[in-house]
Design a protein around this ligand. Structure first.
Ligand code: SAM
Ligand code: SF4
Length: 335
C-alpha cells in the first residue's frame, strides 16, 4: 500500500492542487518585459525530455493535483509537444489542462489541443497595432496571433483568456481597445502588472509601472465594472470583474498592489526540472536530478514533491523599483 498523501498541503495549510509546467525556455518572441534581446537558452540536454515532463505530470496528479498548465517559453514551439499534451490529457485525476501561449501556433494547433483534452487557453496579446506589437514582442507578427485567437475561439474551448501586460507610455492607451476586442469575442481578458523578473535594459520598470487601479479607471470610462469577489483558488491571483452587458470577464493580476499569497495553491516546474515553490522566491527542489538517478522510480519523484511542501515560502515581496527581485527571467520560470 502506498504511504503517499492524497493531497499536497504545505506548512501554512495551503493545499497545492495546481502545477505550472514549463515545457521549454525557448520562444519565437522576445517580449521586452520578459526577455533580453540576446538570450542564452538552457542547453538542450539540461531541458527535461517529453517523457520526464509526462512523469512529473503523473507524479503530481497521483498526489492530488487536478490542474496542470503548460507554459514556457513558448510551449507550442517545442517539438513533439502534442504527444505530451495527449499523454497528460489521459492522466486520471486531471480535471483541468490549460496552456499559456503567445498564440503564434494556434491557427495550426487549436483543434488538436482541444481534442487532446486542453480545456482552457491563456493567450498573450499586448497590442492591436502591428508596429507596436512588433516593438513589444521584437519578433512577433500580429496577424498570425490574431488568426490564432480566431482559430481558438472557433474551436470552442471552455474558457479563453487574453493576457495583456500594460506598460505606461507603451500600450496603456490600448486598454479600451483590448477590452472591446475581448468583448466582441466573448472571451476574458486579464491585465498583468509587470513583475521584476530578470534583468532587462529595454525599459526602466519603475517608469513603465502601471498599477491595476489605473487600468481599471481607464476601463470604467466606458464600461463600469462590478467585482466578482475575492479570487478563488480556481482563478488564481486574478481579481475578476464583470460588465453589465457582456459575458467577458476582466481580470487584474497585481503582484505589487495586492498580496494573494495566502490563497496560493500552485507550484511551478522549470524547463530544467527545478520545482519552484514560489514565483518570487528561490526556494526549489531539483526534480531532474531525481529523475535522472539510475533506477529512479515514480515513487522517488513523489517523495521529493511531498518533501518540497515543507520549503514553500509563506509569501513573496516584490517592489516597484527597477531592480529585479529575482534574476530568473519569466521564460525560465514559466509565467
Ligand atoms: N509564451 C507564452 C505567453 O507569452 O503567453 C507563455 C509564457 S509567458 C512567460 C507567460 C505570461 O507571462 C505571458 O502572459 C506574459 O505576458 C507574462 N510575462 C512575461 N514576463 C513578465 C513580466 N516581467 N511581468 C509580468 N508578466 C510577464
Ligand atoms: Fe515568449 Fe511569452 Fe516571454 Fe513573450 S512573454 S518572450 S511570448 S515566453
Amino acid at each position: 500500500m502506498s504511504d503517499f498523501p492524497q493531497q499536497l498541503i504545505d506548512r501554512f495549510g495551503r493545499r497545492v492542487d495546481y502545477v505550472r509546467l514549463s515545457v521549454t525556455d525557448r520562444c519565437d518572441f522576445r517580449c521586452v518585459y520578459c526577455m533580453a534581446e540576446d538570450m542564452t537558452f538552457v542547453p538542450k540536454p539540461r531541458v527535461l525530455s517529453l517523457e520526464e515532463l509526462q512523469q512529473i505530470g503523473q507524479a503530481f496528479t497521483e498526489l492530488g493535483v487536478s490542474k496542470i498548465r503548460l507554459t514556457g517559453g513558448e510551449p507550442l514551439i517545442r517539438n513533439g509537444v502534442m504527444s505530451l499534451v495527449e499523454s497528460l490529457g489521459r492522466l486520471p485525476g486531471l480535471r483541468d489542462l490549460a496552456i499559456t501561449t503567445n498564440g503564434s501556433q494556434l491557427q495550426r494547433l487549436a483543434p488538436a489541443l482541444r481534442a487532446a483534452g486542453v480545456n482552457r487557453l491563456n493567450i498573450s496579446l499586448d497590442s492591436l497595432n502591428s508596429r507596436r506589437f512588433r516593438q513589444l514582442t521584437r519578433t512577433g507578427n500580429l496577424d498570425q496571433v490574431l488568426a490564432g485567437i480566431d482559430a481558438a475561439v472557433n474551436t470552442g474551448f471552455q474558457r479563453i483568456r487574453l493576457n495583456a501586460v500594460v506598460l505606461r507610455g507603451r500600450n496603456d492607451d490600448e486598454v479600451p481597445a483590448l477590452v472591446n476586442f475581448a468583448r466582441d469575442r466573448g472571451i476574458d481578458l486579464a491585465f498583468i502588472e509587470e513583475m521584476p523578473l530578470g534583468q532587462i535594459s529595454e525599459h526602466n520598470r519603475a517608469e513603465t509601472f502601471m498599477p491595476s487601479e489605473a487600468i481599471r479607471e481607464l476601463i470604467e470610462v466606458e464600461h463600469p465594472l462590478e467585482a466578482l469577489g475575492d479570487p478563488g483558488a480556481s482563478d488564481g491571483p486574478s481579481r475578476y470583474y464583470r460588465m453589465a452587458d457582456s459575458n467577458s470577464r476582466i481580470g487584474f493580476i497585481s503582484p505589487h498592489s495586492h498580496n494573494f499569497c495566502h490563497l496560493c495553491n500552485r507550484v511551478r516546474v522549470t524547463a530544467e526540472g527545478r520545482l519552484l515553490l514560489c514565483l518570487g522566491n528561490e526556494h526549489s527542489v531539483d526534480l531532474r536530478a531525481i529523475l535522472r538517478q539510475p533506477n529512479a522510480t515514480l515513487d522517488d519523484l513523489k517523495h521529493a514533491i511531498v518533501g518540497a511542501m515543507d520549503v514553500k515560502p509563506e509569501r513573496h515581496y516584490f517592489d516597484h523599483s527597477d531592480e529585479p527581485s529575482i534574476l530568473r527571467f519569466m521564460n525560465t520560470t514559466g509565467g
